[in-house]
Design a protein around this ligand. Structure first.
Ligand SMILES: *Cc1c(COP(=O)(O)O)cnc(C)c1O
Length: 376
């Protein structure tokens, strides 16, 4: 937690649940990443946190944007982004959304199927397009491989046919999965996609753009490798494959930029034992799976949780949200321990919760409003 957030929580004591977000930390993360990978253009993955103050700060830093919908494109434009600095990176788009984006000046689109390529040809004639290639997601705590990406043979065929559709096939992309904890997964993905890249260049395509996607991890409960380790592995793999003829590199970080800039403040609603003398207590918070903590599905993202009683004796807990839905459990298998003194009305903090939280909140399921947001 940053000093600014700590001060705000003490001085303002905002009603829970809420997200408190430090824009200076976002800026620090952006600068750290830019100096770790100076040759890569940064396209912030808007879905991680699309709040206007976040987008505006990133525009002021010279960031570009990876948008998943026309609505996200509008949010970027409203924050002052140039349409040319926006990539429409979702491989699944409505024709009307493609048309609207193209009319707004967006000129860079992703695809991973012949059907989507045809839609792009019809609705964004002449646009630059890149094919998303499927890669292994080993080591990702939030994998994306099952749903997206063309295999090498299909990607090759689609890229070679794009020009005959009147499009400009300009590059390739991949995504190693979110919260990727292994540097060698990037190396393997680069090796696989670089081979196709070179092969397509030899076949006569004018490829300029090598999109490494996002995935850079942040520290939740467990330590992860530093960003410099990812940068070193990436640059080593890139120079191994391309030598001095590096293509234009592009990265799409989401979590790495916004997660550790935010803290969710929550209130304990109930601490109970569901069996008499059970050592396990159930801690029910006022924010859960439907209040924005969607990434606790399968206990994939394990937030670090602190309380005002830390340092005292602890015991094992299961942690759940406040709704009447049985799926609204955050952690039951993952061993969590919280202070024995914890009781209803206490504040708890979930750290590094600035990404993939606010927009995942439901529309008042069980009557609970989405969490409030403060940008400092
Ligand atoms: C979600 C997403 C990202 C961002 O991933 P992070 O793990 O948050 O960095 C980048 N690119 C694409 C295409 C995505 O879908």
């Amino acid at each position: 937690m940053t000093p600014k957030i700590a001060r705000f929580l003490v001085e303002q004591h905002p009603a829970a649940p809420c997200l408190v977000f430090d824009l200076e930390r976002l800026e620090g993360n952006f600068r750290t990443l830019r100096s770790a990978l100076p040759l890569a253009e940064i396209y912030y993955a808007v879905k991680a946190n699309p709040a206007p103050p976040v987008l505006e700060r990133l525009v002021s830093l010279g960031s570009s944007f990876d948008a998943a919908s026309f609505e996200e494109i509008e949010a970027c434009l409203a924050a002052g982004a140039q349409p040319r600095a926006i990539s429409y990176g979702n491989t699944v788009k409505k024709a009307a959304a493609i048309r609207a984006a193209h009319a707004a000046g967006v000129d860079l689109f992703a695809f991973d199927s012949a059907e989507e390529l045809r839609k792009l040809a019809e609705n964004a004639p002449g646009a630059r397009v890149y094919c998303r290639v499927s890669v292994a997601n080993e080591g990702a705590e939030w994998p994306l491989a099952r749903k997206f990406g063309a295999d090498l043979a299909l990607a090759r065929e689609l890229m070679l046919s794009a020009a005959s559709f009147g499009l400009d096939p300009c590059g390739l992309s991949f995504h190693v999965g979110s919260q990727q904890t292994r540097t060698d997964t990037y190396e393997a993905a680069i090796g696989r996609v670089a081979m196709l890249f070179t092969d397509l260049m030899e076949a006569g395509l004018d490829l300029r753009l090598f999109n490494l996607g996002g995935g850079f991890p942040v520290r939740y409960r467990d330590a992860v490798p530093e960003i410099d380790a990812f940068a070193a592995a990436i640059m080593l793999a890139m120079t191994r494959h391309f030598g001095n003829a590096l293509p234009g590199m592009l990265i799409e970080p989401g979590r790495f930029l916004s997660a550790d800039a935010g803290v969710v403040a929550s209130e304990v609603v109930l601490v109970s034992r569901r069996l008499r003398n059970d050592p396990l207590r159930w801690v029910y918070l006022d924010v859960g799976r439907f209040g924005g903590l969607a990434e606790t599905e399968n206990e994939a993202i394990r937030y670090r949780i602190t309380t005002e009683h830390d340092g005292g004796p602890e015991g094992p807990v299961a942690i759940a949200g406040p709704t009447c839905d049985g799926a609204d459990v955050l952690y039951q298998r993952t061993p969590y321990r919280l202070p024995l003194a914890l009781s209803a009305g206490d504040r708890v903090l979930l750290h590094a919760a600035g990404a993939y939280v606010t927009t995942y909140a439901s529309q008042c399921f069980n009557g609970f409003a989405p969490l409030a947001e403060y940008y400092l």
